[in-house]
Write a protein that binds this ligand. Structure first.
Ligand SMILES: Cc1ncc(COP(=O)(O)O)c(C=O)c1O
Length: 400
């Protein structure tokens, strides 16, 4: 007998957290471990944002807001979409939630019937599969490897669509791959989706501002306005403004969907934290220099990591175009034996080896649906990254 629902049997806690906890246990024993598992900016939230939260609390802004977000927060989100993405939304097309993750959860909870299919381009953000499974949906995983630079192609999308398809989830820049879609790539996907009116599109754009080499970010909403009535754009302040702990995300989509999501939210968290919403307003409407500074730092680290891995045999890194991860192919070391005599059977074994021998915490590609790879987060200092990659290089050289 189990106390849990049958769906819980297939849902797992975040593998990223599991790796990070293993690293923390070693650190607690005094071992010098580089924790490159977690995905959050290592910068402080800019001061003017913290001040805004403080002032809001002092001035009595401490009660429930409207479930879908306070008028000021919605206005800031509407302003952001107009200013940065050239997209015009009305207030009833916006929802503010406790992080982008709750927006995604609300959307699937509102729309997914048992057995409804959700198309995921692997490597994908780990929560996409587990939220789908938790709600009784079926993840349809399309492997998008190095040959398509981790991007979903129109042909692969077409092949994955069935009459049961409910959603396709896109993410750009991608976690863990850093993949960025151009306008024409999005339009080619849009042309496929135009032929399948049963499919809703969720475009997770949370890494929008962490994009490199002067690339222009194009929102799915900008590229495919004709699909607006079935597109949900998901974004938030966590990554762009170093605000992961404030828990504010938002979604923009058709009023009917947003209305359903608001009902779901009203019966779960009621709404997002009032004080954090005031902080998000300051983030979205205030000075944006912090965003540029963070992005420059991430690009510098990306360059450092690409350069460092180019010197390690058998570890293959395609330079990410955005986000703050490196997704590294490690197939050359699968089947090898560690100095302690263990065989590396898969990328999970490989990351265990990295933790034990290189003292680097990394997440295996299996967590993201595409093996054999591992993910490193670059949200740490250049010194830590340099030392960690040196240790990885010496460790793999000891594999036979
Ligand atoms: C692709 C992607 N979407 C959503 C989230 C969740 O963001 P939030 O902190 O706003 O819930 C993350 C966080 O790691 C992410 O990588």
């Amino acid at each position: 007998m189990t106390l849990l629902t049958k769906h819980m049997a297939s849902v797992k806690a975040s593998p990223t957290m599991a790796v990070s906890q293993a690293a923390k246990a070693l650190i607690a024993q005094g071992v010098d471990v580089a924790d490159l598992a977690l995905g959050e900016p290592d910068f402080d939230t800019p001061r003017h944002i913290i001040e805004a939260a403080y002032q809001a609390a002092l001035s009595g802004d401490t009660r429930y807001t409207a479930t879908a977000g306070a008028p000021a927060t919605k206005a800031a989100v509407i302003g952001k979409f107009a200013r940065e993405n050239g997209l015009v939304f009305e207030s009833n097309e916006i929802i503010v939630a406790n992080g982008a993750k709750q927006v995604i959860f609300n959307a699937l909870m509102t729309t997914l019937e048992q057995g409804g299919e959700v198309i995921l381009a692997a490597p994908y953000f780990v929560s996409y599969t587990d939220i789908t499974l938790l709600l009784g949906g079926v993840p349809v995983i399309v492997e998008c490897g190095l040959s398509s630079r981790f991007k979903l192609t129109p042909e692969a999308l077409e092949a994955a669509i069935t009459p049961k398809s409910k959603w396709v989830l896109l993410n750009m820049p991608g976690n863990p791959s850093g993949a960025v879609y151009s306008k024409s790539e999005l339009q080619a996907l849009g042309a496929v989706l135009a032929r399948h009116p049963q499919v809703l599109i969720l475009s997770d754009e949370i890494y929008e501002h962490i994009i490199f080499d002067g690339r222009e970010f194009v929102s799915f909403g900008q590229a495919c306005p004709e699909l607006r009535e079935r597109t949900l754009i998901v974004n938030g302040v966590s990554k762009a403004y170093a605000m992961t702990g404030w828990r504010i995300g938002y979604g923009a989509g058709p009023a009917e969907l947003i209305n359903g999501m608001t009902t779901v939210q009203s019966q779960s968290t009621t709404g997002a934290c009032t004080i954090a919403q005031a902080a998000a307003v300051a983030a979205l409407t205030g000075p944006q220099q912090g965003v540029t500074r963070f992005c420059e730092a991430f690009e510098k680290r990306r360059n450092l990591v690409v350069e460092a891995f180019s010197k390690i045999d058998g570890l293959n890194l395609d330079a990410p175009d955005g986000a703050f991860y490196a997704y590294i192919e490690c197939g050359a070391y699968i089947g090898k034996t560690t100095p302690s005599g263990d065989k590396i059977e898969n990328d999970t074994d490989f990351t265990h080896f990295l933790l034990a021998e290189a003292r680097v915490a990394a997440v295996p590609g299996s967590a993201y649906g595409l093996s054999p790879f591992f993910r490193l987060s670059t949200a740490t200092s250049e010194d830590v990254l340099t030392a960690a990659i040196e240790r990885i290089g010496s460790a793999v050289a000891r594999l036979t």
